[in-house]
Design a protein around this ligand. Structure first.
Ligand code: SAM
Ligand code: PRE
Length: 247
C-alpha cells in the first residue's frame, strides 16, 4: 500500500471543493483513512474474522465501496469456506485501478486466496447475486440519504440464511452533549495523528455536503425496515461504529 502522506487540505484554499474519491485522494487514501477513522485497522482486520463466521459454501462475499480493497484483502486472509469468491465494487475509476494493482500484489505473495473480481460500478445499480457476506465499510454514509433504505432492502434480499451484512459508519448522536463530546474527541484524535487545525477545518467543510452520517438509532430502525431481523453493534471507537445485521 502507498505510504504517501495525506496533505490534501494542508494549504489554505480560497474555496474548499466537495470531497471526491479522485486521483489525489487515491494516492494518499491508506494514510488518510488510518489517521481519520479511529479504530479503522481493528475494524478491517476483524471484519475478516467476522466474515469467516458467516461465509456460506459456494457463495459471494461483497465488498461495497471497496476503495483500495483493504476489506477484500482481510476477507481473503480469513475466509476459508469452500467455493467462496469476493466481488469488490467501487464507482471511482481511480480507486478501482489501484485496487486491482494491490490485489494482484496480494495474489503474488500468497497462495490459495479466494478468487476476486473488482467491478467499477454504482452499488445502487448493482444486480446482487446470492451472497453470504456483504461489507459496507464506511460507504453507506456517502449514499444519498433517500437511497439508503432501498439499497439495504436489496442487500437483505440477496443475503443467504446464515449470512450477514457488516456495516461500518461515522455516527452522529441525537443527544447534543454526546455529539459535541465525541466530535471534539474525534478532532483530538486527528490532531494527535498530525493533522493541523486548518487541515481539520478544510476537510470538515469538504465532506459536509457529500457525507451525511446517521445515528445508531436511525441505522437500527432502517435496517429493521429493510427486513433485517437483528442488529448487533460489535465495535465503537469515538464517533465511528460497526454493526452486524442478520437476515
Ligand atoms: C470511505 S471509502 C470506503 C473505504 C473502504 N471500504 C475501506 O474499508 O478501506 C468510500 C468508498 O465508496 C465509494 N462509493 C461511494 N459511493 C458509491 C457508489 N454509489 N457506488 C460504488 N462505490 C461508491 C467511493 O468511491 C469510495 O471509494
Ligand atoms: O470524518 C472525517 O473527518 C473523515 O475523514 C471520515 C472519512 C470516512 O469516514 O470515510 C471521510 C473521508 C475519507 O474517506 C476518510 C475518512
Amino acid at each position: 500500500m502507498s505510504k504517501e502522506p495525506d496533505r490534501i487540505f494542508a494549504q489554505p484554499m480560497a474555496q474548499v471543493p466537495d470531497f471526491a474519491f479522485n486521483e489525489d485522494v487515491v494516492r494518499v487514501f491508506p494514510d488518510m483513512i488510518k489517521r481519520s477513522v479511529p479504530g479503522y485497522p481493528t475494524i478491517v482486520e476483524n471484519l475478516g474474522v467476522l466474515a469467516a463466521q458467516f461465509a456460506q459454501p459456494h457463495s459471494v462475499l461483497y465488498d461495497l465501496g471497496a476503495s483500495l480493497g483493504a476489506v477484500t484483502q482481510a476477507l481473503r486472509r480469513h475466509v476459508r469456506t469452500d467455493g467462496c469468491r469476493v466481488i469488490a465494487v467501487d464507482n471511482s475509476a481511480a480507486m478501482v485501478e489501484r485496487c486491482r494493482e494491490y490485489l494482484n500484489g496480494q495474489d503474488s505473495m500468497f497462495q490459495e486466496l479466494l478468487p476476486v473480481e473488482v467491478i467499477e460500478a454504482d452499488i445502487l445499480a448493482l444486480d446482487f447475486k446470492p451472497a453470504s457476506v456483504v461489507a459496507l465499510n464506511f460507504t453507506l454514509q456517502f449514499i444519498a440519504p433517500e437511497q439508503r433504505l432501498a439499497l439495504l432492502g436489496r442487500i437483505r434480499q440477496a443475503l443467504l440464511p446464515g449470512g450477514a451484512l457488516i456495516l461500518s459508519e461515522k455516527l452522529r448522536f441525537n443527544d447534543a452533549d454526546e455529539h459535541a463530546l465525541l466530535t471534539d474527541l474525534h478532532v483530538a484524535f486527528k490532531r494527535a495523528n498530525g493533522y493541523s487545525e486548518l487541515e481539520i477545518a478544510q476537510k470538515r467543510s469538504a465532506i459536509e455536503n457529500v457525507m451525511k452520517p446517521d445515528s445508531l438509532e436511525e441505522h437500527r430502525e432502517r435496517l429493521l425496515a429493510a427486513g433485517f431481523s437483528k442488529v448487533v453493534p460489535w465495535f465503537q471507537c469515538l464517533n465511528f461504529a460497526s454493526l452486524i445485521a442478520l437476515p
